[in-house]
Every structure is written in C-alpha cells, then in structure tokens.
Write a protein that binds this ligand. Structure first.
Ligand SMILES: *[C@@H]1O[C@H](CO)[C@@H](O)[C@H](O)[C@H]1NC(C)=O
Ligand SMILES: *[C@@H]1O[C@H](CO)[C@@H](O)[C@H](O)[C@H]1NC(C)=O
Ligand SMILES: *[C@@H]1O[C@H](CO)[C@@H](O)[C@H](O)[C@H]1NC(C)=O
Length: 356
C-alpha cells in the first residue's frame, strides 16, 4: 500500500516531451506576444475578407453617381416589361429564360436570396424584384416550405446598412397585422432596431388584441443540464414590450370613415403620430388591396418618402399562379401592375420590398 509502482519511463520520452513543450512556449511567445514580424497568416486572411477601401466607400456613399436609367421606371423595373408584353408572354421563369436564352442560372439553383437590383434606393443596394416567382423566391424554388417565408429580405434591410437605431423615436407600423405571432413578432426579433413604438392595425379583434405578458427570463429559464438548450415554453411577450404596443382594430384606408371603422393612414402618420423624417419609421403593409390608393397618394407626396425609411408591402394582384390563395378577387390588377407599382415606389425614393 502506498509504495510507488515499479515501472520506469524511458528518459528519451521525457526529453521529447520537454522539447515539444519548449518549442510550444517559444512559438507562442513569437506569434502572440512579440512585435517580431511573424508571418501573420491570420491577419492577411482577415484583411482579405474586408472590402478594399474603395469598395467600402461605395457601400456608404449616398452621393454616388447612378446610371441615368435609374432616374426612370425602366431602371427600377429591371426588366423591359413593354417588350415582354409585346411578345404576348406571361412572366414565368420558363418564359423569361427562353426569351432571353439564359444559361442555367446559378442564382436560381443555390441562392435563397436574390441578386441586387440595377438601381439603388436612397443610395443603397436593394434586392432585384422577382415577379416570375411571385416575389417569393424561397418558396417558389422550394427552398422553404412556407409561403410566408421571409428569409430572402433579411440581407437587404436598410437598418443593416444605416443607423436607424440611434434616433430617439423608432416606430414600427404594422398595417394589417393579423395575429401577433406573425409579422409583429418577426420584426421585433429580426429587424435590427429596438423599436420604441409599435402601432398595429388589424380590423379583426379576434385575430389581434393586445397580448398578455408571457415572458420573463426567470420563468423561461431551464437550469444547466443536458437539455439546457431547451426552453420550457415558447417565449411570449415581455413586459417592457407591452407598454410600447398600441393595437387598433380598425381598417387601414386612404380616407377616414367612422362608420366603416376606417382610418386615413396618411393623416394618422402625419397628424396623430406626428412622425417626421427625424424619426425611424418602418412600415409593413398587408391590407388586401387597399394598398393601391394609399401608395398612389404616398408617391405624390414627397413628405411620405422622407418619413418612411423602409416599406414592406404585400401587393395583391390577380394571376393564376396565386389563385390557390384566393387572389382572383384582386382582378383587374395584374402581376405586371404589381411589379410596376413596386418599381414606381423605388423610383419615388421608397426603400420598398415585396412582402413577404
Ligand atoms: C461619394 O462619391 C462622390 C462621387 O463619386 C465623390 O465625389 C465623393 O467624394 C464620395 N464621398 C465619400 C464620402 O466617399
Ligand atoms: C423596351 O421595349 C420596347 C418595345 O420593344 C422598346 O421600344 C424600348 O426601347 C425598350 N426599352 C428599353 C429601355 O430597352
Ligand atoms: C388623408 O389624409 C391626408 C393627410 O392629411 C390628406 O391629404 C388626404 O386628402 C386624406 N385622404 C382623403 C381621401 O381625404
């Protein structure tokens, strides 16, 4: 008991260990703790990841000269719609490909997000419209199983490129909010701004009423164990957010109409919320066809393009590819008109995306 066991280690093994340890210490000193010019592989990798300084300036320079076509609707359409319609074709991926004799398109095969548009908006890159895929490339290309998938807009958010988070009033307007767990939750989680106000319009009070408090870190915390990555419940609404949310069970409209519970949204934004271009204003609009007259008004009103920093709009149109979603009721608007509306919005300075 207690006597050392009698096996011996060959001294060469000990010498080897000491040599290896010494080498490690010397290399570590050279690499991390000295100013000696050690071949810094990591440094050159990380600097090669950065854009060259000229490229960075381009990304942030809002006075950049754009091609002349960007002063026109054609530039923002990114497709010669006239030529397309004259050839009596419908906007389908197949027709687009045969008309322009495109080779197989790597963007279509791999990329969930689309290409950049030819023209910037507010001086910043934005995604190219994809009308042939009903503006829903992730879903249409079977990258996503959900028609409501929004992944493709994530790389193009304006607030990822300009600071919309340091303005003191930061407002999210959800026009046609549906249930709380749809777009409001998405914007709260995914949009890189801490909104100080949320104004949500949904005429159906059964769909959207002010939610209950449902989250605090203590109640939703699972102690450290092998399942600690699992939370106990789906996170609900924290108390701080409830005080910021205002719910309106009213129609979003172009004109006030008390009997029909309709609100003139332009007046509401300007005269009730008193929003100005000093504020951060992000608007999501999904109002079942009422977007047409409202957006028409906004394009004739330069104040609105200045007040609204970023606009997400579901433009409703009649096209047979959308009839499974009961969109026939939006006739006579067509997908070509929807594309034109979106391009006109950009031409008028709205950083506009098709939603979702
Ligand atoms: C932005 O681009 C314009 C035109 O190319 C140039 O004159 C100006 O110096 C640039 N501004 C910055 C901040 O890089
Ligand atoms: C678009 O097509 C029409 C008709 O083919 C043509 O007249 C027009 O010049 C084209 N526009 C552009 C910008 O190429
Ligand atoms: C809605 O409000 C705006 C801003 O106050 C106003 O200019 C417009 O005329 C109103 N719309 C209608 C249909 O009255």
């Amino acid at each position: 008991m207690g006597s050392p066991s009698g096996y011996a280690v060959h001294p060469w093994i000990l010498y080897l260990c000491i040599t290896l340890l010494t080498c490690y210490v010397v290399l570590d000193l050279l690499a991390n703790h000295s100013d000696l010019a050690f071949p810094s592989l990591l440094a050159s990798c990380s600097s090669s990841l950065l854009l060259p300084s000229a490229g960075r300036a381009v990304l942030h320079n809002t006075s950049i000269k754009e091609p002349d076509i960007c002063q026109t609707l054609q530039g923002h359409l990114d497709i010669n719609l006239t030529a397309f319609q004259e050839s009596h074709l419908d906007l389908t991926p197949k027709n687009l490909a045969t008309l322009t004799k495109l080779p197989e398109d790597p963007w279509k095969q791999m990329k969930w997000v689309g290409q950049a548009a030819t023209c910037r908006v507010k001086g910043h890159y934005i995604e190219r419209f994809d009308p042939a895929l009903n503006f829903r490339r992730g879903f249409a290309l079977r990258f996503a199983s959900d028609v409501e998938d929004k992944t493709h807009v994530l790389p193009w958010l304006l607030a990822s490129r300009v600071d919309l988070n340091s303005r003191s009033r930061r407002v999210y307007l959800d026009l046609g909010a549906n249930a709380f767990s749809t777009s409001i939750t998405w914007f709260m989680r995914m949009y890189p701004v801490d909104f100080t106000e949320v104004h949500a319009f949904e005429v159906d009070a059964h769909l959207l009423s002010k939610p209950q408090r449902g989250f605090d870190q203590d109640s939703n915390y699972a102690g450290a164990n092998q399942w600690s990555l699992m939370v106990r419940q789906v996170p609900g609404i924290p108390a701080w957010m409830l005080t910021r949310i205002h719910v309106y069970n009213q129609f979003v409209s172009d004109a006030d109409d008390v009997e029909k519970k309709a609100v003139n949204i332009t007046r509401f934004i300007k005269e009730e919320l008193c929003l100005t271009e000093q504020d951060t204003v992000v608007v999501k609009m999904d109002i079942e066809g009422s977007e047409w007259p409202i957006l028409d008004r906004w394009m004739r009103d330069a104040d609105m393009a200045a007040i609204v920093d970023e606009l997400f709009v579901e433009v409703h149109y009649d096209h047979r590819s959308m009839r499974g979603y009961h969109w026939a009721r939006f006739a006579p608007t067509s997908r070509e008109k929807a594309l034109t509306l979106l391009a006109q919005l950009r031409l008028h300075g709205f950083f506009a995306h098709a939603w979702p």
